[in-house]
Design a protein around this ligand. Structure first.
Ligand SMILES: [Zn+2]
Length: 486
């Protein structure tokens, strides 16, 4: 008892008092939480969100939050630690790009390269460079090669050289993939042209195809570009009407070249030789450079493919009045219609029917805006009712076959827009549709020898390819017929 009492020290008493106090303080809380028991008989009183539950809920939320934040942090720490331990460090010399040399470059006038944007005209390009119409006129007047500037394509490049005041000093362009023209401003304001051949490589190709649908489809199948198909059609345009005459089964063999600059494809070159079999007729074309530098296509026997005169000098047209006696729609009486009328929308380009010299250009009574061209000593062609003339042409100008000389209109005595086209032989009007056109002159005996020597290997190649493909076609035909009879 004494021992027992002795053990009841003030320290123990105080501890017991604290315990009692604690129990009293939390009895309220414990009783409230009694229903959280797993025992079935626990009371299930509906309770509101009181302070205790806010505390418990908050605590649980905080624990979850710490877990979510803490685990990845620890994970990364652990991972980083292991990676670092497994990697051995090494110092490498870093290759830096060379520093820009802009600052070292001396200040000199530099050519500015301008790329043609879709729909942009040359005059707009000049305006954008702060240059005037006078500059453009000087460029266009500088030489014959400026024709290429009238047909610029998006992506083509032209170069400008201007002085400190912005005055045009030079202009540079490439009329084709193999030529560069540099124009320099002279003291009198005109521009002088220097033509340079660009260092190019020409790679020769062969293509052979058979027409099943369109010429373009056949060309594509044979590996020809669209431009090369157009060139092929252009070569044979005097003999074959590719809209009306083309037949299924027509075939072609082409030798052409592509131009490469610095090893990169730069554009299609020329058709060097070609054969076209249209409806069973063989047509051949060989490119030949004459001693005067002019280039033309000749058939295998040395006849130029280019015909004397075009019978229809407008595209996309119908004949609205033919040659001969007729009741004149405006004059009201019968008289000879000296030409053929081709109805076409106002503004349709009119082409020179053949090479020649302009002998009249201006207003002429019933003809309205009128041009006559002397094509040969015997043949003259005439073009009436034009809405306007092509710029840069005057009496004495030399025109080439197919060149645009004006545009369809209805000036003079005309009831609607059309081209009145005449062919005069020794001054007498003849029916353009039936008149015998001047025969192209064959190559002279001396040139013929050069031509034969130059084209002989091509002729052999083309015949070999065509024969081989024909043999293949016959073999497959035989097989097909054998299969059909079985
Ligand atoms: Zn007429």
């Amino acid at each position: 008892m004494d021992r027992h009492l002795r053990r009841v020290t003030p320290h123990v008493v105080r501890r017991q008092a604290i315990r009692r106090k604690t129990r009293q303080c939390h009895s309220h809380f414990y009783s409230r939480c009694a229903h959280w028991s797993f025992h079935a008989e626990a009371p299930l009183a509906a309770l509101g969100w009181t302070r205790e539950r806010w505390i418990l809920g908050g605590g649980a939320f905080l624990l979850a939050l710490l877990t979510l934040l803490g685990i990845p942090a620890w994970a990364s720490v652990i991972q980083h630690d292991t990676v670092v331990k497994s990697v051995t460090r090494e110092t490498l010399a870093l290759q830096l790009p060379p520093a820009p040399k802009e600052a070292l470059r001396p200040v000199v006038a530099a050519w500015k390269v301008v790329e043609v944007q879709p729909g942009e005209t040359l005059s707009e390009i000049f305006q954008a460079q702060g240059l005037s119409g006078t500059d453009l006129a000087a460029v266009m007047a500088s030489g014959k090669d400026t024709g290429a500037l009238k047909t610029l394509h998006p992506g083509d490049q032209v170069e400008f050289l201007t002085d400190a005041k912005g005055q045009l000093q030079g202009f540079r362009y490439e009329p084709d993939s193999a030529t560069q023209v540099t124009l320099t401003t002279q003291a009198d304001g005109s521009m002088r042209a220097q033509v340079a051949a660009l260092p190019v490589e020409r790679r020769m190709h062969f293509a052979h195809g058979e027409v099943q649908g369109s010429l373009f489809a056949a060309g594509e199948k044979a590996g020809l570009s669209e431009t090369m198909v157009l060139k092929l059609a252009d070569v044979f345009k005097y003999d074959i009407d590719f809209i009306k005459d083309l037949q299924k089964g027509d075939r072609f063999t082409v030798v052409y070249d592509d131009i490469y600059r610095n090893g990169k494809y730069s554009g299609g070159g020329n058709i060097i030789a070609a054969e076209f079999v249209n409806n069973g007729h063989h047509y051949t074309a060989y490119r030949f450079k004459e001693p005067d530098g002019s280039v033309a296509y000749f058939s295998q026997d040395g006849r130029p493919l280019r015909k004397g005169l075009l019978r229809t000098p407008v595209a996309f047209t119908r004949i609205s009045s033919s040659f001969g006696m007729r009741h004149h729609p405006i004059l009201g009486y019968n008289r000879l219609h000296k030409g053929v009328d081709y109805a076409a929308p106002t503004g349709t380009p009119i082409h020179a029917a053949g090479d020649g010299v302009i002998t009249f250009r201006g207003r002429s009574h019933g003809y309205g805006n009128f041009i006559t061209i002397r094509n040969t000593s015997k043949y003259t062609t005439a073009y009436g009712h034009m809405s306007r003339f092509a710029s840069g042409l005057h009496v004495g100008s030399h025109v080439t076959q197919g060149e645009v000389i004006g545009y369809v209109g209805q000036t003079g005595m005309a009831t609607g827009p059309h081209l009145h086209y005449e062919v005069r032989v020794n001054g007498q009007p003849e029916n353009p549709l039936t008149v015998t056109m001047p025969k192209p002159e064959p190559l002279s005996t001396k040139l013929m020898a050069d031509f034969r020597a130059q084209t002989a290997p091509m002729v052999a190649r083309i015949q070999m390819i065509d024969n081989a493909t024909q043999r293949l076609a016959r073999v497959s035909d035989d097989r097909a017929s054998v299969a059909a009879t079985n």
